[in-house]
Ligand binder design. Structure first.
Ligand code: PLP
Length: 387
């Protein structure tokens, strides 16, 4: 078994899988990690073509597309940048309802685009009618949105939002599906998403280092004349290389071995079952929180509203007197890794990443430990504040 633990303060190997519940990176099956040990191959020639061929059906299924899915050696943020560089000309509308959707807007601005923002409260989701109204009031080349907002645990109604944007012909739909792809239906083709991106280390339960994306035909047309598309994230170059079953530059080949292995596991489970397993974990987390008041005294609440909760990550608002870092630290002392809140939510919430290959049974053990932590007086081990 691979060691991702003791020395660096990670989960206890003795207890094996099922203790590492960060909302990314997520726990990786030993067999998937071990797949990286195969001998290297060059990035031109038949062996890489065979590997690229092998991973396509699984990736297309995850994204719900018949189109080729590109593999980028970068973290997901790289493909967020690719989305705006290739998909925008001048003006971008960013739907912001948390830290990652805010990052999307910041990237677009940093790339030189004129960015307007539609803001929804952190924890909330976007209203398609509000988006429609903004698009009626002025033209935008593209709209950025995050499907599963990992900082808040909210799941945007991506189908309805995309449908609203598609009423405006020149406006492309750019979607960050980083914590939904592999844990929830993305349905890129059916929903008319022009560019969808995800990273390897979230619901796909791979090591960090790869990102995946799928571009529509009109996204590629836009890209062909996009002045700021640059070199490393040039989607035209990616799709030209894909046609030859290659990548434009040297890919992280060993991570692609892991990807091929994990896609076999995903296919063996079946995507529908995988999505149901994630939905069941989210429901368990919410039910536990709803009942926690009776058992703990002061209860927790799920930040995102019912009906718009991510199946892969839950953000729990803590009772008064408890802080995210303090509770996460106390969990670590019990051998479980969960996330403190993100950004401005850090002081008063924790996040459980119930994604990838975790099960409801494993989650139950996390919730049991969390209940113990919350029953004990606060601040044991860490005085409420830093980290
Ligand atoms: C983790 C995450 C990202 C950033 O991914 P990196 O791989 O760290 O670049 C972007 N968007 C969402 C929704 C995420 O959860």
């Amino acid at each position: 078994m691979t060691d991702n633990s003791a020395a660096c303060g990670g989960p206890d190997v003795e207890n094996g899988f099922g203790r590492f519940f960060l909302p990314g990176p997520t726990e990786v099956r030993p067999a998937v990690l071990a797949a990286q040990k195969r001998a290297l191959i060059g990035h031109r020639g038949e062996p890489i073509n065979a590997l690229m061929r092998e991973i396509q059906p699984g990736l297309r299924a995850v994204f719900g597309t018949a189109r080729p899915v590109l593999v980028s050696t970068s973290s997901a943020t790289g493909l967020m940048e690719a989305a705006v560089r290739n998909g925008a000309r001048e003006r971008v509308l960013s739907l912001v309802n948390g830290a990652f959707s805010e990052r999307f807007a910041r990237i677009a601005r940093a790339c030189g685009f004129e960015v307007d923002v539609v803001e929804a409260p952190w924890g909330g989701v976007h209203d398609p009618d509000a988006v429609r109204a903004r698009l009626r009031a002025g033209h935008y080349d593209a709209v950025t949105m995050v499907h599963s907002e990992t900082s808040t645990g909210a799941l945007n109604p991506i189908a309805d939002l995309a449908a609203a944007v598609r009423e405006f012909p020149g406006t492309l739909v750019l979607v960050d599906a980083v914590t939904s792809a592999g844990g929830a239906p993305v349905q890129a083709d059916d929903r008319g998403l022009d560019f969808v991106l995800a990273g390897s280390q979230k619901a796909m339960a791979l090591p960090p280092g790869l990102a995946f994306g799928v571009a529509s035909e009109r996204m590629l047309e836009r890209s062909a004349s996009a002045a700021r598309r640059g070199v490393y994230f040039d989607l035209v170059a990616f799709y030209n290389a894909l046609a030859k079953e290659q990548t434009p530059n040297t890919p992280a080949v060993t991570l692609m071995y892991s990807l091929a292995e994990q896609l076999r596991h995903i296919s063996a489970e079946g995507l529908e079952r995988r999505w149901r397993r994630h939905a069941a974990m989210a429901r368990r987390c919410a039910d536990w929180a709803d009942a926690s008041g009776e058992r703990i005294g002061a209860g927790l609440s799920v930040l995102a509203p019912d009906g718009f909760r991510s199946p892969t990550v839950t953000c729990l608002l803590l009772p008064p007197g408890r802080t995210g870092p303090e509770v996460a630290h106390a969990m670590k002392e019990r051998g479980f890794v969960i996330g403190a809140g993100y950004g401005r939510l850090k002081p008063r919430s924790v996040r459980i990443g119930h994604m990838g290959d975790h099960t409801v049974e494993e989650l139950d053990r996390v919730l049991e430990a969390l209940e113990e932590v919350l029953r004990a007086p606060p601040g044991q081990g860490l005085a409420g504040g830093s980290r």
